[in-house]
Design a protein around this ligand. Structure first.
Ligand code: SF4
Length: 346
């Protein structure tokens, strides 16, 4: 009977062991296969040279090792950031970004194709959600980009297209492989998952206690304004979101970032800055494990917003600092190739 070819990256190691047990007798052979896939990041079964030719053929007959194609690669002339456009086997498109930084390279990966949260400052939000990325497609972004860029990736940011907390199971399964020393091997402190604040799922992530960093996309201190900026924010209040942030920190002893896109004359006033400081204080979120990331709005087509002037951004940051908050202005990377924060759309 002809069996359907499976996407090998969609299988956890346990599932792979079960699937292969009739073909591969010795456990160490499976460990070798896992090493070729995740550690050596080899793109073809033919190159698994310490396996017999027969076994390599068997793998090739039964599994796909890659399903994504890089169809476009744009490199920033300003800072060397690379924007990758991937095409899936079912002919859908999404993006990932490689950010070079003196040996500490990061990758910003997608979790969904399109995004239904529809943030008004984000071009991914202009793309209707097509589907979740699978576990394998999440992992393959890292494997392919590390091979293509020929640079080691040491940080992973789930801040590309999509809301990670709406693809929870695949994200957690991918995270287990990303963090495992026998697989990709990136430490929990070097992984950040962002969310607009899907409270029950963040709680689940906290309870899973993976120890990764969490970024909460707040962007406003006013409920009505936040609803305008993030129209499909699932109705969780700012209070609930900050409370779950506090819960996350308590449970995981990890690190929390409050993300705040600064938009001229919308959410950039000194009153907003003071209110943000007050909110963080009320939720006991002023400590060394919490950072406020201020992101000056990056231009996207069809959207009239602007970034505030530099002095205003600095003033906003100083107010937070004055209140004891570890505040940071995020420098845009890859803005000239539409690879910066909020620019990952078609
Ligand atoms: S900012 Fe994030 S959640 Fe909002 S539309 Fe863009 S990808 Fe979706």
């Amino acid at each position: 009977m002809k069996t359907m070819k499976k996407y090998i990256l969609d299988l956890t190691n346990l599932q792979l062991k079960k699937t292969l047990k009739y073909v591969v007798e010795q456990d160490y052979r499976i460990d070798q296969i896992i090493e070729w896939i995740y550690v050596k990041k080899t793109a073809s079964f033919k190159e698994f040279t310490n396996l017999s030719g027969e076994l390599r053929e068997e793998l090739d007959k039964n599994f796909f090792l890659r399903t994504l194609k890089i169809i476009k690669k744009e490199i920033s002339v300003v800072d060397g950031t690379i924007r990758y456009t991937f095409k899936t086997a079912d002919k859908k498109y999404f993006f990932a970004v490689f950010i070079a930084k003196n040996g500490k390279n990061s990758i910003c990966i997608s979790s969904q194709i399109g995004c239904n949260v529809m943030c008004s400052f984000c071009s991914s939000g202009k793309v209707k959600l097509a589907r979740n990325l699978s576990r394998g497609e999440i992992i393959e972004q890292i494997l392919q980009i590390e091979n293509d860029a020929k640079e080691k990736i040491s940080r992973v940011l789930f801040m590309g297209m999509g809301e990670p907390m709406l693809n929870f199971n695949n994200i957690v399964s991918a995270l287990n492989s990303i963090m495992s020393n026998k697989e990709i091997g990136i430490g929990k402190r070097h992984i950040t998952v962002s969310s607009v604040g899907i409270v029950p799922t963040i709680k689940k992530l906290a309870d899973a206690n993976l120890g990764i960093r969490l970024a909460l996309s707040l962007h406003s201190v006013d409920e009505a304004q936040r609803k305008k900026l993030l129209p499909n924010n699932f109705g969780f209040s700012i209070k609930d979101i900050l409370s779950v942030g506090k819960y996350y920190l308590k449970k995981t002893k990890s690190h929390l970032t409050i993300e705040y896109v600064l938009i001229k004359k919308i959410n950039d006033s000194t009153v907003d800055a003071h209110k943000l400081a007050r909110l963080l204080k009320q939720h006991e979120l002023i400590n060394s494990n919490v950072q406020a990331n201020l992101i000056p709005f990056n231009p996207i087509s069809g959207v009239q917003f602007q970034a505030p002037e530099h002095e205003l951004i600095q003033k906003f940051k100083n107010i937070l600092k004055f209140n004891g908050i570890n505040a940071n202005i995020r420098r845009a990377k890859g803005a000239d190739i539409n690879a910066a924060c909020g620019q990952l759309g078609y």
